[in-house]
Design a protein around this ligand. Structure first.
Ligand code: OGA
Ligand code: NI
Length: 362
């Protein structure tokens, strides 16, 4: 009898959350014992290794969008945004309205967390069957190559999704910094959402009406230095499962690379900017007009790099599929099946980060 109940709840996916990931050692801790070490499990197959010295495409730049011009509904800037979404799936925004102090505090809070002794950080450790907390995600096999990165993932909106079990509440200022940053970023994401709604043939509230309240999750990535950055990857190639993602990266250190027309391009940091990328959910909703682009991060020998990725997502129970305004008989036939968002996300977390493997076309 008991077994049946358990089975039924597993089948319905109850209690499963978004997914799970095998527990792996902290690369930051491994390096504390031997800073030169490059353990086997982190060494990528030759075909997957980054070409660190390759600068052939240095002149290509991810498009920069002036957010204050979007607020003024500047037609030229809106066209630039549309082109950036179509041709790059990535853009950097400046004048986005998030105060510098908010970003500095968020970065400092994250740095303070990762500087804590391992024992302290471990109090926020994720469980194997959860994706929130400190550790690593997308590890599904013992044989898989590991990323040169430790991370901390927290759900931030709606409020009731916050699970403070995973928050370092005793770390002074951490909670406040995340609360302020996530609130400010939500304002920016609402404006992006309004612009994308219009570009996808709806009014400004189109996406909200279709999807309801968005969820927000923050992934803090800590990339330690590596004595052989040519052999490892900070984060393996992947596309994001979000609607879109806003990344706060280090102001100086290169690390993020995006696949543009089959080659890897550096998304060079611009001070105080945010990198925005289209995620899988907008690709599906836009019926493929806006593609979620593969990206990765490389490590470096000189300085640890930190980045903060904020994922904007539909609610778990929301069905996503091409918007009516993006499907038009013969001209724009429907290219994606409808799927409940949580099913999409579970599928994503059940696979390692390996390009765009979990995409569902018709
Ligand atoms: C991510 C991501 C890139 C970076 O967290 O999904 O792509 O530069 N991060 O840290
Ligand atoms: Ni990403």
């Amino acid at each position: 009898m008991e077994l049946k109940v358990v089975k039924a709840s597993v089948e319905k996916g109850e209690g499963l959350g978004w997914g799970k990931s095998l527990l792996v050692p902290s690369i930051q801790e491994i390096l504390k014992n031997d800073s030169q070490s490059v353990p086997e499990r982190y060494i990528q197959e030759p075909k997957d290794r980054p070409l660190i010295s390759q600068n052939l495409f240095d002149s290509l730049q991810v498009p920069v969008i002036d957010f204050s011009m979007l607020a003024q509904k500047d037609a030229n800037e809106i066209r630039k945004l549309d082109l950036a979404c179509k041709e790059w799936g990535f853009f950097q925004i400046i004048n986005h309205g998030v105060r510098e102090e908010t970003m500095v505090n968020m970065k400092a809070a994250m740095a303070a967390f990762f500087e804590l002794p391992f024992q302290e950080k471990s109090k926020c450790a994720k469980a194997a069957n959860e994706i929130q907390g400190y550790g690593q995600n997308f590890v599904v096999s013992e044989k898989q190559k590991l990323d040169w990165c430790d991370m901390m993932f927290l759900k931030t909106f709606p409020h009731e999704t916050r699970n403070f079990k995973y928050w370092p509440l005793t770390l002074p200022g951490f909670k406040e910094a995340v609360e302020e940053y996530s609130t400010e970023i939500r304002k920016v994401s609402n404006k992006i959402d309004a612009n994308l709604s219009v570009l996808m043939g709806m009014d400004e509230n189109g996406l909200k009406r279709k999807l309801g309240e968005f969820q927000q999750g923050i992934r803090m990535n800590y990339y330690p230095t590596c004595s052989r950055p040519d052999l490892v990857l900070g984060i393996s190639p992947h596309s994001d499962g979000s609607l879109f993602t806003l990344l706060l990266q280090d102001d100086e250190i290169n690390g993020l690379q995006i696949k543009h027309k089959k080659v890897w391009i550096d998304a060079k940091p611009i001070r105080n900017s945010l990198v925005v990328n289209i995620g899988d959910a907008i690709e599906i909703l836009s019926n493929g007009m806006y593609k979620s682009i593969e990206h990765r991060a490389i490590s470096n020998e000189k300085k640890p790099r930190m980045s903060i990725a904020t994922f904007v997502m539909p609610g778990d129970e929301v069905q996503i599929g091409p918007l009516d305004s993006m499907v038009n008989g013969k001209h724009l036939p429907r290219s994606y099946r409808n799927i409940k968002y949580i099913d999409y996300i579970r599928q994503k977390f059940a696979n390692e980060n390996a390009g765009k493997s979990s995409h569902r076309h018709c």
